[in-house]
Design a protein around this ligand. Structure first.
Ligand SMILES: [Zn+2]
Length: 131
């Protein structure tokens, strides 16, 4: 279990951009091909925009053609919480930062080897640090 970060809605609003706030705190989705990172393939680490927790490594990023940054593996499974999402007619699995509960996107089971997973993440929910 990670130690949780608890901030009020107003505190998040103060530190996040409008778009990042909408995505991470209101479970929003940015429009495909509009985000900062869907076509970024530099080496580095993707961190939670809210709390800085490292979430994904560039080595696991792949071009899923969907317009959102996609990864086949989390850097550390403990950093990401998976929750059932019934908001659309098809069943999905929501992914959140386990440290601060930021909504990141969804994970699907149609990804490439070696995991077969596709973590589909909003650019607005992550911050890239090149290495
Ligand atoms: Zn976080």
């Amino acid at each position: 279990m990670k130690e949780k970060i608890n901030k009020s809605d107003q505190e998040w609003k103060d530190i996040l951009s409008k778009e990042s706030y909408e995505v991470t705190r209101k479970a929003g989705t940015e429009r495909p091909f509009t985000g900062k990172y869907w076509d970024n393939f530099d080496n580095g680490t993707y961190k939670c925009i809210c709390c800085g927790e490292p979430l994904f490594k560039s080595e696991t990023k792949f071009d899923a053609g969907c317009g959102w940054p996609s990864f086949y593996e989390a850097q550390d499974k403990d950093s990401i919480d998976e929750l059932p999402d019934h908001s659309l007619s098809r069943e999905r699995t929501e992914i959140r930062c386990s440290k601060c509960d930021a909504h990141l996107g969804h994970v699907f089971d149609d990804g490439p080897n070696p995991t077969g997973l596709r973590y589909c993440v909003n650019s607005a929910a992550i911050d890239f640090e090149s290495s």
